[in-house]
Design a protein around this ligand. Sequence first.
Ligand SMILES: Nc1ncnc2c1ncn2[C@@H]1O[C@H](COP(=O)(O)OP(=O)(O)O)[C@@H](O)[C@H]1O
Ligand SMILES: [Mg+2]
Length: 259
Amino acid sequence: MSQVLKTDAITMQFGGLTAVDSLSLEINQNDLIGIIGPNGAGKTTAFNMITGHYLPTKGNVFLNNEKINGVRPAVITQKGIARTFQNIRLFKDLTVLDNIRIAAHSRCEYGFFDSIFRTKKFKDYERKIEEEAISLLSIFKMQGYSDHLAKNLPYGMQRRLEIARAMATKPSLLLLDEPAAGMNPNETIELTKLIRWIRDEFKLAILLIEHDMRLVMEVCEKIYVLDYGKTIAVGTPSEIQNNPKVIEAYLGSEGVENE
Ligand SMILES: Nc1ncnc2c1ncn2[C@@H]1O[C@H](COP(=O)(O)OP(=O)(O)O)[C@@H](O)[C@H]1O
Ligand SMILES: [Mg+2]
């Protein structure tokens, strides 16, 4: 499978703090990979470097073999990285359908001229986006909610919409930042299935940050463990669960809770 993402020893310093220290990730198409570690370990900061929100202090990020550090986040989205956030970021006062439609527009193929004069190209494109948004909602089993305001959806459904919205940009890499946070056990089980299904259906790479160990161990084929910015282990779920360093830094306390 072809390589989608490579980070070559990326480091992020905030003043005297090294939030991420020489992180080297390699992700291929169809991979489902996890990043775990205690709060403050640098997981979200790693995402922010990959998506162009932060410029790494050192190191490079490659997407499909193209160096992308220094590229603006909106352009990185167009190049194929989509993400969800630790705290849900939806347009809460817009409908479910409009949330998807707006995201699909990030692949905008018409210019200012087309939109002002409502050219045929513009109208065709709008129609195409609408059709795609509707079909995406049906794939995500949310077609019955398309007119609902995002803020009125139950929590688990908002998370689902956020993932559907990310998929509207047709990414080759999907980043999920604590997708199970705040979910009840049933919602988490649904999410576990959804993540695996998205990978199989869209054949893309998924990188997820998660504290729910059952979810991580069940869906990820490879896991990176961060602690104080450093990568303390990389391995399969069973290698990680049996790694003494990981147990000491992280799983010792939080792993048990999830048994
Ligand atoms: N923009 C920022 N400015 C200063 N410090 C930051 C910034 N973003 C994150 N940090 C710090 O970097 C460390 C890692 O944070 P973060 O990546 O959010 O951790 P995690 O997602 O693993 O919980 C923390 O100590 C956090 O306070
Ligand atoms: Mg975080």
